[in-house]
Write a protein that binds this ligand. Sequence first.
Ligand SMILES: NC(=O)c1ccc[n+]([C@@H]2O[C@H](COP(=O)([O-])OP(=O)(O)OC[C@H]3O[C@@H](n4cnc5c(N)ncnc54)[C@H](O)[C@@H]3O)[C@@H](O)[C@H]2O)c1
Length: 319
Amino acid sequence: MVMATEKILVVGACGQIGVELTLQLRKMYGGSAVIASDLREEHPMLKGTGPYISMDIMNKETFHVLVLRYNITQVYLLAAILSATGEKNPHLAWTLNMGSLLNVLEVAREEKLHKVYWPSSIAVFGPNSPKQDTPQHTIMEPTTVYGVSKLAGERWCEYFNHRFGVDVRSLRYPGLISYKSAPGGGTTDYAIEIYHEALATQKYECFLSEKTYLPMMYMPDAIRSTIELMEADASRISVRSSYNLGGMSFSPKEIGASIQKHIPSFELSYNPDFRQQIADSWPSSIDDGAAREDWGWKPAYDLDRMTEDMLKNLAAEVD
Ligand SMILES: NC(=O)c1ccc[n+]([C@@H]2O[C@H](COP(=O)([O-])OP(=O)(O)OC[C@H]3O[C@@H](n4cnc5c(N)ncnc54)[C@H](O)[C@@H]3O)[C@@H](O)[C@H]2O)c1
C-alpha cells in the first residue's frame, strides 16, 4: 500500500471504469483515503470498501465544499456522456463533458490540488486523421460531439497546466472491454455484449460491420495505465493534453473467431446501425510511442488472452 497523505475523490465512480479504478485505488491508498462519488446509487461492488457520496459534478459549489471538507488532494474525473449516447443528445453531452472538467480544473487551481486525472478518447480523431498507427500529434477534426468535447477538454487541460501549473494528466483511451461493471453507451460496447451473448445464446448480431477495425483495450491494462501515469514523476510527463494509448486492434470478425476457439458453435451476424458512421470516423490502430517513451507504457493483453479471461470470468458469474 502507498503510504501517503493523499486524499482522493473519484467522480463518476459507479461507471464502467470508475468501479474498477476506485477498487484499485483503495487497494493502494486504503479504503478511507478514496472517496467514491456519482449521481447514481452506490454500485454494489463498492459497498463496504470505503466512503461513498452522492454528488452532481455540475454543481461547482457542492464539489468545492466537498474538496475542502475532506481535504481532497487528487481528483479523478470520470463523469461523461459517451459517444453513442452523445449523438442522441449533443447539447447535454457538450454541457456535461465540458462543464464538469472546467469545474474540476478551476477548483484544482484555487485549492492547489496535487493532481487531476481526466480521460480523453480516440474519438478526438476524425476522418481526416491517419487511420493506421494514428500519431500523437496529427490532424484531429473529430465529427462527433463526444470527440469535439474531448478535444476541447484536452486543450483546457494543457492550458491549465501551462498557465496555472495544475498537474492534470490524461489518456486517450481506446474502446474498453470489461466484465465487472456495465458499459456506458459507447461505439465499442459491441466488444462487451458479444461475450455475454456468446455465453448466453451462442449468437450475436453486431451493430458494426465485420471489417471495422478499432483500437481496443482490456480493462486491467486501462486501470494499470491510469495508475502508472498518475504515479509517474511529473518531470516524465511531456504531453499535457492527452497521451495516445495503445492496447490491441481487431474487427468484429476477429473477436468472433477468437470466441469460436472456445465456443465453436458461436454464430456472428452483422446489422450496422448509426454507430457504424462513428466507428468509420475513428482510427483503426494507435501509435502510443510517447506514452511508452515518457513513462514506460506497455500493454499486457492481446485479443486471445482477453477472450480467455472474459469468458472464464463471465461463465463463473453465470454458474
Ligand atoms: N469506456 C470506454 O470505452 C471509454 C473509452 C474512452 C474514454 N472513456 C472515458 O472514460 C470516462 C469514464 O467512462 P465510463 O465508460 O466509465 O463511463 P460510464 O458512463 O460507464 O460512467 C460515467 C459515470 O459518471 C456518472 N455521471 C454522469 N453524470 C454525472 C454528474 N453530473 N455528476 C456525477 N456523476 C455523473 C454516471 O452516473 C456514470 O456512473 C469518460 O470520460 C469517458 O469518456 C471511456
